[in-house]
Design a protein around this ligand. Structure first.
Ligand code: ATP
Length: 521
């Protein structure tokens, strides 16, 4: 439901108090003006500096202030003096929601529960904040990010402000600013104009740069420009095949043909096996903007902040859709899910709930790539069928895949793989992850450079011998993951993984603190 129909429905249903969360005062006012004109309501607007002003539909502006700057006064005025079919917008009223203002909270509660007549209060504010007493009585609406038409209107306003001869803007110029609030878009357009004295497609890179900086400031989202492609991934053929087929699911004929827009995948598995690499490769192959979401940073200290952060992240991904939302290590911050009610007042559970509901209901083409190393910390709700299109298990590379990975990384270092004994290197690196193979090559390069020699198979062999792959220290964990994955996930690789050595002969070095079972040492 869009915001306009949600507002109309709420007004018709005589919802007494609505809270709209957004920084965008002008867009909120515009939505309310449309609603009151449709339902023939009167619109009043209040803030603590100006007091009350009345919407003058004929002159398309708000009239002169009419006193009532005091928050307590305004509620009494609303109850006693406003006639039926009135909508009163209170802008930034939330500082009066504090515990030392019990009378105001009670008055609001009375309005929500007992007031007669067709009158509605709308509270607009930039962030979610509502006293507990009102949580059940107030309908909360979050203003979505500006649409294409909204951004286009901002573009026109900027042209007018700076006396730029307005030309019909290229769609791409408007799209470049999508994912920003109206204020941010206005600033981005204005800055780009100030820099180059024109506002055309030539300013798209400057606007995108500005958008990236703004998105980065959120702390939990980051824009990526990956150079990696699917060809940079060694092995994982089944996963790559699946992705190649899904890419076409976004073209304009796919829907007509009966295809569902791909929702996303969950990549589970062993660290360093190419999960993040796959997310980056999808971004560059599909040519969609790639946003990386750090789940750990979603969780904020203030009540309601974490839920608002996740909604903001999902909102931005939708605003720039078609896009890819890469959720790296989704298990981070989710570990306390089962005890969330007792330990964090249910925040973790609510964040996950918001995310899962969005996954289920999203209509915008945002493809989610969630990665996780620690399966045991994943909430079971996330693994349920239908949440994502597919769950892939990314195992350690097989012998053949190791050959490909070594050859990819040699090529990256401008070496000809045919000059190396790939078979021998693959054979002796059993249990190595892609990341460990890459590291071995980097280490070998250092060795060769140090001795003034050209890189040769022997240098890499040497580096492999000196490496203790994670598989050796995590043997049991990996076996457990494999057994778990057999029944619940699709193997990303088309080949069967090798069994890990279980002879126990090899001595695994341990840190001093690992040798004693005493937590205080
Ligand atoms: P983690 O969660 O620990 O980051 P991951 O599975 O996401 O693990 P990546 O970050 O994708 O691992 O891998 C690290 C690096 O190792 C990659 O950037 C890439 O250079 C190399 N690598 C890993 N797997 C492969 C592979 N299958 N083919 C080519 N390179 C690989």
């Amino acid at each position: 439901m869009n915001i306009q129909s949600e507002l109309l429905t709420s007004l018709k249903a005589e919802v007494r108090i609505i809270q709209i969360i957004s920084y965008e005062t002008l867009r909120i006012q515009a939505e309310l003006i449309h609603a009151v004109e449709e339902l023939e309501y009167e619109l009043l607007i209040w803030d603590r500096v100006e007091g009350i002003r009345r919407w003058d539909g004929e002159n398309r502006c708000f009239g002169e202030p009419d006193g009532h700057e005091n928050p307590a006064d305004i509620l009494n005025y609303f109850i006693e003096e406003c006639s039926d079919k009135t909508l009163l917008l209170l802008q930034d009223f939330y500082p009066d929601f504090t515990e030392d203002k019990p009378k105001i909270i009670r008055t609001l509660r009375n309005i929500a529960l007992n007031m007669n007549g067709q009158k509605t209060l709308v509270l607009s504010q930039p962030h979610h904040q509502l006293p507990k007493e009102l949580e059940k009585e107030v309908q909360v609406i979050e203003l979505p990010y500006p649409s294409f038409a909204d951004i286009k209107a901002i573009y026109s306003a900027v042209c007018e402000n700076y006396h730029i001869a307005e030309i019909e803007p290229h769609d791409e110029l408007i799209e470049a600013a999508m994912g920003l609030t109206t204020m941010e878009a206005e600033r981005a357009f204005a800055k780009a104009y100030m820099q180059d004295k024109e506002l055309t497609t030539a300013q798209i890179p400057a606007i995108i740069k500005e958008k990236e900086n703004i998105i980065k400031k959120s702390g939990f989202l980051e824009y990526y420009h990956p150079a990696e492609t699917l060809a940079d991934i060694g092995g994982l053929e089944r996963l790559k095949d699946w992705l190649k087929k899904r890419e076409r699911g976004f073209d304009k004929y796919a829907k007509e043909f009966g295809l569902d827009t791909p929702k996303g995948i969950l990549l589970l598995g062993i660290p360093g096996t190419g999960k993040s690499l796959t997310a980056k490769a999808i971004g560059s192959e599909w040519q969609f903007p790639l946003l990386r979401l750090d789940m750990g940073k979603i969780f904020g200290g203030i009540v309601g902040e974490s839920e608002q952060n996740i909604r903001a992240a999902l909102g931005i991904a939708e605003a720039i859709a078609p896009s890819i939302l890469w959720i790296d290590e989704i298990e981070k911050g989710m570990s306390g899910i089962s005890s969330s009610g007792n330990t964090d007042g249910g925040t973790t559970a609510r964040v996950l709930g918001t995310f899962l509901t969005w996954m289920q209901e999203k209509t915008k083409p945002v493809f989610v790539v969630a990665t996780a190393n620690n399966i045991s910390q994943l909430p079971p709700e996330l693994l349920r069928k239908g949440r994502v299109d597919e769950i892939f298990f990314v195992d350690l590379p097989t012998a053949k895949e190791r050959e490909t990975i070594i050859s990819i990384h040699l090529k990256r270092k401008n070496r000809n793989p045919q000059e190396f004994d790939l078979k021998a290197l693959s054979k002796m690196s059993k249990g190595f992850s892609g990341a460990e193979l890459e590291e071995a090559i980097k280490e070998a390069l250092f060795q060769a450079y140090d001795t003034g020699e050209e890189l040769a198979t022997e240098h890499i062999k040497d580096a492999i011998t000196k490496t203790f792959p994670l598989a050796k220290t995590m043997q049991e964990v990996i076996e457990n993951m494999r057994n778990w994955a057999k029944a619940r996930a699709v193997m990303a690789s088309a080949d069967t993984p090798e069994q890990l050595e279980t002879n126990g002969q090899e001595k695994i070095p341990k840190l001093k603190q690992e040798q004693y079972n005493n937590p205080f040492i």
